[in-house]
Design a protein around this ligand. Sequence first.
Ligand code: SF4
Length: 392
Amino acid sequence: MRHDPSSGPVAARVEALNARYRNHAAIAVLRHALSDPAVGRIALVSSFGAESVVLLHMIAVLDRATPVVFIDTQMLFAETLSYQAEVAAQLGLSDVRTIRARPAALAAHDPDRLLHKSDSDACCALRKAEPLERALAPFDAWITGRKRFQGQTRARLDFFENEADQRIKVNPLAHWRPADVRDYMLNNRLPRHPLVARGYPSIGCAPCTGRVKDGEDPRAGRWRGQEKEECGIHLVNGKLVRGPVADDARQDQEEAAMNVIVTDTGFAADDRGGDFQSPDLPGATALDLAPDADVSVLQGRLEGVDIIRIAFPAFSDGRGFTMARRLRMMGFAGRLRAAGHVIADQYAMARRAGFDEVEITPDLARRQPWEQWQARADWRTHDYQKRLRGLA
Ligand code: SF4
């Protein structure tokens, strides 16, 4: 279905689609997504992982000629490759497009296949995001199997998402619970990924997927030991864009309240008034970075930037500290702000990582008044910050 240009920009179409199909069931959302001109040309992106067969089966029932994009990172389990061939044949899917990173890019950036150990974001960008962006170029929308229950970053997922004003992301299973997935597979006698029975409820690349223990989050085995929850890097037209849209929505809602700034000298009002831009905007002087942004993309683009705000979706999420250190190493000398769920115990760590200030909600400021931050702001005894800036 070709997108009807008269149906307006992506953001407006997403809003209208969410309103139109708000109370629909997953299969109805999918049926409409395949035919609604406001959605346009659409493909299913499938990892052929633990739960992928649900959407693949729905697609096969509705229109088996729907393009299905399968990203072969060339780091997948052998079981995934054989399962992919088996499922595609069994369901009669007639347009499965296997995509891979360009050989020249692999040779240049990951010749020994060890990039995932040193920089998993760069590896995901190379092996997933760039090939996916190429594969999605002819499409106006893509279908994902993401669900709200799969973690904090997906807790507010809608059926339709605006992907950087470029494309629509459709999540027909957004509201499904694990029991719905299980029931659908049982009722339709769908084949299970062979690794599920061996303790892998969520399956990605072999080096970055481990077994999950009873009671753990199903995605706990993905990038275990790292502060990474999603592939993270999203490229649109070759440019870095912010992380999961669910994060954006939550952040947008919280931004209005995030107006207490903590510095070494006390609490202050937000002098920027939330005035930050996406890093893909040329000439932006105040940047907003998601916790999974790849700061290396900013190399050579930091001149004129006077402040960067890095989001902390949870106090247990340490990715922002790493990003701050990397930005200082890259020579960024402007203000760095840690924004979100940072607690007083972390103030010294934030200062040592290179942050100048912390932005918290009024509610957090009430629960942790200035005295608590002051008592812990002992970072000067270990002044790594000057060293990072090359000043000591
Ligand atoms: S999941 Fe791991 S191996 Fe796969 S692309 Fe990402 S970092 Fe690389």
